[in-house]
Design a protein around this ligand. Structure first.
Ligand SMILES: [Cu+2]
Length: 639
């Protein structure tokens, strides 16, 4: 296993020269690691900025573990505030999960000057990653790959192995970027203002006919490619997109010899960015998703949601350079690396950007709306209305506030946190249990299961991919095969598959004007935990009422999206929920404790799209071993 760096570029672009040299060494396979967290200066854009490094490296060093053995990882924090490392996708005891405020005994994370010893059995294999469980440290570089060697031989053969870790860098302090978004959600996106004003117009429209006219107008905009939806909150206006820490101008070089089978471990460690990945001239054979082996599927491109991983095998036959292109969904920049037979090959130019995918208002009319199912909390939660237009949870201004509350001055996370700390009664007080919500028909993944995938699905704005809860429109040319979740079929039937015992509804909701993101209309610090009983199989019906993708992540347990394939549905740690769609996801509830459950877009998580997912033996809300509900945001989620 080698990670290859372009040393010259590294020296030019990082001021970590001594430690970079250490980082070039091939990491040994070990179960014991000492990791030191430290602020150091990096220079990505021509200005020295403080990054968060692990053992002096940005991004952090690869950890290689072995399935079936115990991992012992000592983390020392040499920074002036608490930090943490969360082992993303790893199945381990709650106390070792590294999520401050959730994991028992870890409420403050790893304090300044302290060392925390993580110790857990390694019970899985594949490609994963680790990262700080807070916006500021993760966005500033505290992320790195994990590769777990399987106990059994792999079902495929490869000659070479490279990590391709995608991420972003901003010279701004992440808290500053979040404050900018709170003040003006369109801060990094000049189109967004237009969207907000449009929605305002729709709310004020006197009749359905008037709204129709506005929507028609909006569709005209779409033809002009001025559609601001389905793109990113934070864009190339501030982000530089990186592969293994390298800017596209000086890309990481991954070596190969012609004829080799090269395994690329794609990891999306971006805070906010979905990437469309392709390697012109090569097919990619996807063999693993989120660490789990799947039946190999050959594709031309794939979209990787934030925090997902995919392992692909490529077979470059010519002694030339191949570009690994990762284009952010909003097309505001590039991440790239290159496969090359030599380190000193000249850097090739980047291609022109593809058009930005377009999501129309008509698509948003498909928003299924709440089904009236239980929300999985001990008592009915105050359900913020939010269905202003068109049965959408994209609520605005005062409409979003529960009765008796006044609208907050826009944009102060501190204010919100302080308010919630001072008023625990706001956290899901008993209220009228969503009277009047009746189940409505909704499109599901299974409904679309028979429609196939591939070339016909990727044809621009008119594409059926738009209303489909699974397929993505990457702008692929006709005939190109784009990976779909439906392609992710495990090699063997899931031995633990069975019909679900119980179903709950989780609406993904937001207020774009105030940059507040929530689940079932409640931000994290207002909400009660979702409670599950150890041993049950719980179905979560996600309903995305917003115009953004949300990569939903559950700690400690696998999620199984229902793609209509029964025991051949895949196990994932991140399931993307597309805008205006609904998707059922099962959880085999087999891990006791408090777990984080959140959107992996870090600025969404930080703005409230997060819950405690509490697993108890009897399904009662308070586990004796656990703290009662936290009165405030967990440490590390404060601004
Ligand atoms: Cu989100």
């Amino acid at each position: 296993m080698t990670r290859t760096f372009d040393l010259g570029a590294a020296l030019r672009h990082l001021s970590l020269t001594a430690t970079i040299l250490l980082g070039l060494a091939t990491p040994a396979l070990a179960q014991r690691y000492d990791l030191t967290l430290e602020e150091r200066v990096v220079n990505i854009n021509g200005t020295d900025r403080p990054a968060v490094t692990v053992n002096g490296q940005f991004p952090g060093p690869l950890l290689r573990l072995r399935e079936g053995e115990e991992a012992v990882i000592r983390v020392t924090n040499r920074m002036d505030r608490e930090s943490s490392i969360h082992w993303h996708g790893l199945i381990l005891p709650a106390a070792m999960d590294g999520a401050p405020g959730f994991s028992p005994g870890f409420s403050q994370g790893v304090g300044p000057g302290q060392t925390f010893e993580y110790r857990f059995p390694v019970v899985q294999s594949g490609t994963y990653w680790y990262h700080a469980h807070n916006l500021d440290h993760e966005q500033r570089g505290l992320y790195a790959p994990i590769v777990i060697e399987p106990r059994e031989p792999e079902p495929f053969r490869t000659d070479r192995d490279h990590v391709v870790q995608l991420s972003e860098w901003t010279d701004e302090r992440p808290a500053r970027a979040l404050a900018n978004l709170k003040r003006d959600p369109g801060y990094y996106n000049w189109n967004r203002r237009t969207l907000v004003s449009l929605i305002r117009d729709l709310e004020r429209a006197p009749s359905g006919e008037a709204r129709q006219a506005i929507v028609r107008d909006r569709l005209d905009w779409a033809e002009m490619r001025m559609d601001p939806t389905d793109i990113a909150d934070i864009t190339g206006a501030t982000y530089r997109y990186l592969v293994n820490g390298f800017r596209p101008e000086t890309p990481a070089t991954l070596l190969f010899r012609p004829g080799e089978r090269v395994r690329l471990r794609l990891i999306n460690s971006g805070a906010m960015t979905y990437f469309d990945v392709r390697i012109p001239g090569l097919k990619m054979t996807v063999v693993q998703a989120d660490g789990n082996n799947i039946r190999p599927v050959v594709v031309d491109e794939l979209r990787i949601a934030v925090a997902e991983t995919y392992d692909v095998i490529v077979e470059p036959r010519e002694a030339r350079q191949y570009q690994i292109l990762a284009e952010p969904m909003d097309r505001t920049g590039w991440a790239r690396a290159r496969l090359a037979p030599r380190m000193d090959a000249p850097v090739e130019p980047l291609p022109p950007h593809r058009p930005r995918p377009v999501l129309t208002m008509a698509d948003m009319y498909m928003t299924p709306g709440p089904t009236g199912l239980d929300r999985g909390t001990p008592r009915p939660e105050r359900d913020q209305p939010g269905h202003v237009w068109p049965s959408s949870g994209m609520s605005h201004g005062a409409h979003a506030m529960p009765a008796g509350e006044t609208a907050l001055p826009s944009g102060h996370a501190e204010h919100l946190a302080a308010q919630s700390a001072g008023h625990p009664g706001h956290r899901g007080a008993p209220d009228n249990p969503h009277v009047g919500h009746t189940p409505v028909p909704r499109p599901t993944a299974a409904d679309h299961a028979g429609t196939g995938h591939g070339a016909a699905d990727a044809q621009g704005a008119a594409s059926p991919a738009m209303g489909d809860p699974i397929r993505h429109d990457t702008g692929a040319p006709p005939g190109a095969r784009v990976l779909s979740y439906r392609d992710l079929r495990p090699l063997r039937a899931d031995p633990e598959w069975r019909p679900y015992d119980r179903i709950i509804e989780v609406r993904l909701t937001g207020n774009m004007e105030r940059y507040i993101w929530s689940m079932n209309g409640n931000e994290f610090w207002r909400a009660q935990p979702i409670v599950a009983r150890l041993g049950e199989r719980l179905r979560i019906r996600f309903i995305n009422e917003t115009m953004m993708n949300h990569p939903m992540h559950l700690h400690g347990m696998w999620m199984v999206p229902d793609l209509g394939n029964g025991a051949f549905n895949p196990r994932k740690h991140v399931v993307n929920i597309k805008p205006g769609t609904s998707l059922d996801v099962d959880v085999l509830v087999d891990a006791e404790g408090d777990w984080a459950f959140h959107c992996h877009l870090l600025y969404h998580m930080e703005s409230g799209m997060m819950r405690i997912f509490r697993v108890t033996r009897d399904g009662a809300p308070i586990a004796s071993a656990q703290q009662p509900m936290q009165a405030a945001m967990p440490a590390g989620h404060r601004h």
